[in-house]
Write a protein that binds this ligand. Structure first.
Ligand code: C2E
Ligand code: MG
Ligand code: MG
Length: 777
């Protein structure tokens, strides 16, 4: 569970960083691509609006307005009008007089002289404008138009050039210009007496309300008889405001303004010191980026906390900028940071949706376990895959007793229980009642053991919410595909086997079916098929009890072939009788010899399910036993529980026939079918053999231990002998002895051995009945 959460968290962190990188890259790319200027300006306007303040009042404009033009008959005005104005302003004791009027051409000598005379006499310093302009005859080179020489002698010069942006707006203003090596401060810099970095720009502070700059009409001053008190000490800027004179520029917050007002605003900006340094967009972008990373790293980020976090950062940046601009510290751009936050939210949302979609595409809605497409993808990554599926039987009944939530719980518990059988511990939920996994490499050479364990794990009751349920399943195996494994699980049901390998693969594992049948006869002749014996130990009397005959086939090309592979094929082809009779004959031959040395040994022989229907076979088998030099009751026929119960009457008849001949009957693999002991009682049997899947796991599994114990008690009550197969260690054997089990069989006692091996290791070396058990090789 912990690792599941960790993986969810890891994937959400990965997703965040992907979105983060994407957003950062776009936020840096946008200003480079020139996107966002307009947004930037709108934000600037918003701040200017909020920070609105009046002009200082130190700068006043003398307007060449419509009223003045009307009042003073002709246009252009003779220069003595300007001379008169300078005299009046000087008399009013102004601090400075700056003209935004072009005096670069001569008028009449008399007029020019009059104006020059007035400049000379002025108490206040006078600034006259210069214009930098492109030469008409020589494109790309610039000249500076200066006031005519006679005027220049008595005035300072300042540049009135302005530089509208790509939208034609005049939001920035320069500290000065350089033309052909000549440095010229700008008019605003000269008025404010602020030296700046020539050729650098600053933003005009639009929070200064242009309407609060004092204005006087040219004509009013010219015609005043007394010095105007309001002008005293002010810096005067003279320029055209009459619409008919043109010279108007749009600025973003205040719309179209006369050039002279823009000059005054620029000078006010410098005077008020709000021409703060612009530190660009990187600091705010870095702030947003770093805060978000820290926020994520500290895990305080729940799935939906990104939006409030981004909004909080945007608000902090806005307030920071507002405060900084208010106190004239610095200014910076927030727009790339806002782009970053916006794109991050969109990208995160997109990736989140994508992830959720992927998750739902690869998980089963009924269990939240990974589904079939996920398994197909997983198989693609595995080098070698034995695909196993478990088909849960009686799923309909389970649906009745459980609700959806408890089934989710059930599948989760089942996956947890089965995971150590599976590669990378991954269990998949393929269909309503089918789960699957890739068999772990550790089990590659013991597929049978793998399924035995799976059976045992399924048998133990499992929790589905509050309900305890018992599951049954049939298992299928394929080395090729999930579908084939599913088919194999069906075949397992049909064959009453715990598990089955997909038919075609089983056939190809041992050659073509046809070949196999031909080969079988030769194999018997050439002794490629032979019988081995697995000793059975009498647990009550602590002595050798007998053996089980098990067939072996060593193919010259394919090596050892498991009986679990070739027996189903022979059964299907109707040729199992020949093989069984061959095994029986070998067993009788060997047992006759052994009995001379050790009287009383028994031998079990496995009889396939379908042979119970075959009276001819049964008679042949009985005759064969009769012909041997043995007591018939030393032979036991093992039939599987499901086989014996397939057609009860037929089985009863066949088993009666066998028992009447004195041969004992044992029920093999007891516990793997559905029947109860009392039902089995209707059959004429002598013994039951508890299936190894219960015995192998009984030390660790309470319910399997209980099953073994109660089976022994019940069987004894019914006067049946009990054999336990699959004993793999001493504690298991001790416990079975304690439970009163009659006979034990398993690798702990001995693996199946050849007849010669059995004689050497089990008969020749054990001289007394109570001899210590010898471990066979
Ligand atoms: P079975 O009759 O239940 O035989 C027991 C199987 O369990 C044998 O596998 C045996 O080697 C194995 N076994 C015994 N003790 C242990 C143990 O402690 N641990 C583990 N993991 N396995 C143990 P085998 O020889 O591969 O036979 C498998 C099945 O093939 C048999 O199951 C039986 O159904 C069938 N079979 C074998 N020989 C014949 C035969 O001659 N005729 C027929 N019809 N079927 C046969
Ligand atoms: Mg058997
Ligand atoms: Mg068995």
């Amino acid at each position: 569970m912990k690792s599941f959460l960790a993986s969810i968290r890891a994937s959400s962190t990965r997703r965040f960083f992907l979105a983060w990188a994407l957003a950062l890259a776009s936020a840096i790319a946008l200003p480079i691509a020139g996107v966002g200027g307009e947004v930037e300006q709108q934000f600037q306007n918003l701040r200017s609006d909020l920070l609105e303040k009046p002009a200082s009042g130190d700068i006043a404009i003398v307007e060449i307005d419509a009223k003045s033009i009307q009042a003073l008959d002709r246009w252009p005005w003779p220069r003595d009008y300007y001379a008169g104005l300078v005299e009046k302003l000087s008399a009013a004791d102004v601090a400075q007089i700056a003209f935004d009027v072009d005096f670069s051409a001569n008028s009449t000598a008399e007029q020019d002289m009059a104006f020059a005379e007035a400049l000379k006499k002025s108490q206040a310093a006078v600034i006259l404008p210069t214009f930098k302009q492109e030469e008409t005859s020589n494109k790309g080179s610039y000249i500076e138009s200066l006031p005519i020489a006679i005027l220049r002698d008595h005035a300072f010069l300042a540049s009135v050039n302005v530089h509208p942006d790509e939208n034609g707006q005049l939001n920035d203003y320069s500290y000065g210009t350089i033309t052909d090596g000549t440095v010229r401060p700008s008019m605003a810099a000269m008025i404010a007496e602020t030296p700046g970095n020539i050729d650098k720009n600053f933003s005009i502070d639009q929070s200064i309300d242009p309407a609060t700059i004092p204005r006087f009409s040219f004509v009013d001053i010219l015609r005043s008889t007394e010095p105007i008190e309001a002008l005293k000490g002010k810096k005067i800027l003279i320029g055209a405001t009459a619409i008919e004179l043109g010279d108007r520029y749009p600025i973003s917050l205040h719309g179209v303004l006369p050039g002279v007002v823009v000059q005054a605003m620029a000078a006010e900006t410098l005077l008020q010191g709000t021409n703060v340094q612009n530190i660009g967009y990187l600091p705010s972008l870095a702030f947003a980026g770093i805060v978000l990373v820290i926020f994520t790293m500290r895990r305080s980020r729940s799935e939906n906390s990104l939006v409030p976090a981004a909004l909080a950062i945007a608000a902090i940046l806005f307030i920071l900028l507002l405060v900084s601009e208010y106190f004239g510290v610095v200014t910076f751009s927030n727009v790339p940071a806002l782009f970053f936050l916006g794109i991050l939210l969109i990208a995160d949302k997109f990736l989140k949706t994508n992830l959720a979609l992927n998750r739902s595409r690869f998980s089963n809605a009924d269990s939240a376990l990974p589904n079939e497409p996920a398994m197909i993808e997983f198989i693609g990554r595995c080098e070698m895959s034995n695909i196993a599926v478990a088909r849960l039987s009686d799923f309909g009944d389970l649906l009745v007793v459980t609700d959806k939530d408890s089934r989710i719980d059930l599948f989760k518990n089942l996956a947890e229980r089965l995971k150590f059988l599976a590669a990378e511990e991954r269990i998949f939920h393929l269909d309503t009642n089918i789960i699957g996994w890739v068999v772990k490499q550790d089990y590659a050479n013991d597929i049978s053991g793998h399924f035995d364990t799976a059976v045992a794990l399924f048998h133990a009751p499992i929790m589905a919410g509050e309900t305890k349920v018992k599951l049954n399943a049939s298992f299928g195996l394929s080395g090729e595909s999930i579908d084939k494994a599913k088919i194999a699980s069906d075949q397992a049901i049909a064959k009453s086997k715990r598990w089955a390998l997909h038919d075609a693969e089983a056939a190809s594992a041992i050659g073509q079916k046809q070949n196999l049948l031909v080969e079988m006869e030769q194999a018997i002749e050439r002794k490629h098929i032979w019988t081995v014996y697995q000793p059975k130990w009498n647990l009550r009397e602590n002595r050798l009890d007998g053996v089980e005959a098990l067939v072996r086939w060593k193919h010259p090309e394919r090596g050892m072939i498991s009986p679990e592979l070739f027996i189903p094929i022979l059964e299907k082809a109707g040729r199992i009788d020949e093989l069984t009779l061959h095994v029986l004959q070998s067993a009788l031959d060997d047992l006759s010899i052994w009995n001379a040395q050790r009287p009383g040994l028994s031998c079990s022989v496995n009889i396939s399910a379908q042979l119970l229907d075959d009276i001819a076979f049964i008679d042949k088998a009985i005759a064969m036993v009769g012909a041997a030099n043995l007591d018939n009751d030393h032979i036991i026929f093992e039939v599987t529980e499901t086989a014996a119960l397939a057609d009860l009457q037929l089985s009863v008849d066949a088993l009666e026939r066998i028992r009447n001949a004195g041969i004992s009957v044992s029920i093999d693999d007891y516990g793997t079918g559905q029947s109860t002991m009392s039902y089995l009682q209707r059959l004429p049997i002598d013994e039951i053999k508890i299936d190894q899947s219960f015995v192998k796991t009984m030390m660790n599994d309470d319910s399997n231990r209980l099953m073994v114990k109660s089976t022994i008690e019940l069987a004894h009550a019914l006067k049946l002998k009990v054999v336990a197969e699959g004993i793999e260690d001493q504690p298991c054997m001790d416990m079975l002895t304690e439970f009163g089990c009659d006979v034990g069989q398993g690798w702990h006692i001995s693996k199946p051995v050849s007849s010669q091996g059995f004689k050497t290791n089990w008969l020749d070396s054990i001289t007394t009945e109570k001899a210590v058990r010898v471990q066979a090789v």
